[in-house]
Design a protein around this ligand. Structure first.
Ligand code: NAP
Length: 252
């Protein structure tokens, strides 16, 4: 089966392409580096020829409100239009657990808009909602800085390893379209501020993490369970401790 992975050079995309190839599929990694640009449409008609499935694991280079909205809406509109012409049978996209409840955030408004376009299109689809990646914990600290300190709320979350995200997306990709959302998550729950603190300590990053009930997550107020998956979520195997000992040193 020919599967085109848009954003196939990214963190999740590159792992996904490898997993699909290991299972015997013709997985094509598409991104601006390989001449495929979803914002301009460049290269899309060519790469989609003969494709059965398209997986969108792109991310916006800028998370500024207007830029990220423009990225996900323009990119998704272009992709769906070219997919319809090419006769693609399944559109898979990666989004985030809790997205619907995070509309105070410009980034998540853009993800909501992306998902709406997919749901309204004529192409059968599956939207995978993943929890935060372990690989993103330092990034989370970077976007949560106030006065030189990291401010995060003491809420629950259930993050996962990027490798397990890619496995979860791969399994949805080779299955039938669900025309709905599949949730994937990590095997353990943590407190957001506590795990980011542990990650920074492991990185010997001296920034202090403050448990702040008023701190926002990417611009949105969180409640205790906003970031938690539902009971039907498919859980990855990799614990934080295992990831820290095995994958994190390689990632660094
Ligand atoms: N971070 C988290 O904790 C988290 C949790 C759940 C879900 N997600 C979702 O996961 C998705 C993937 O994240 P990631 O961290 O794997 O992303 P990433 O590593 O930043 O990779 C982004 C990919 O998008 C490609 N891209 C950028 N602009 C493009 C364009 N105009 N046309 C085609 N491709 C373009 C990039 O190509 P180049 O390499 O050529 O620039 C790269 O391959 C995102 O949609 C995000 O919302 C993230």
């Amino acid at each position: 089966m020919k599967i085109v992975v848009i954003g196939g050079t990214g963190l999740i995309g590159s792992k996904l392409v490898n997993k699909l190839r290991e299972h015997g599929h013709e997985a094509v990694a598409a991104s601006p580096n390989s001449g495929v640009n979803t914002l301009t449409g460049e290269g899309l008609a060519e790469v989609l020829k003969g494709a059965s499935v398209v997986v969108d694991v792109t991310n916006s280079p800028s998370w500024e409100d207007a830029a990220v909205m423009n990225f996900f809406t323009t990119s998704t509109r272009n992709l769906l239009t070219y997919e319809a012409t090419a006769g693609v049978k399944h559109h898979v996209a990666l989004s985030v657990v809790g997205t619907d409840q995070l509309s105070e955030s410009g980034y998540f408004r853009a993800k909501i808009a992306q998902e709406k376009l997919i749901k309204e299109s004529s192409i059968p689809y599956s939207i995978v909602h993943a929890t935060q990646f372990f690989e993103f914990l330092k990034g989370l600290a970077d976007i949560s800085i106030d006065g030189g300190k990291v401010h995060l709320p003491h809420v629950l979350f259930q993050p996962m390893a990027a490798d397990d995200v890619a496995s979860g997306v791969a399994s949805v990709t080779v299955g039938p379209p669900v025309n709905g959302i599949v949730e994937i998550a990590g095997p353990e729950q943590f407190r957001l501020d506590e795990l980011v603190r542990r990650r920074l300590v492991a990185l010997k990053d001296p920034r202090q993490v403050i448990a702040d009930p008023n701190a926002l997550y990417s611009g949105a107020k969180l409640s205790e369970r906003t970031l938690l998956p539902n009971n039907n979520a498919r859980l990855g195997q990799t614990t934080f401790e295992t990831w820290l000992n095995q994958s994190a040193p390689r990632a660094a």
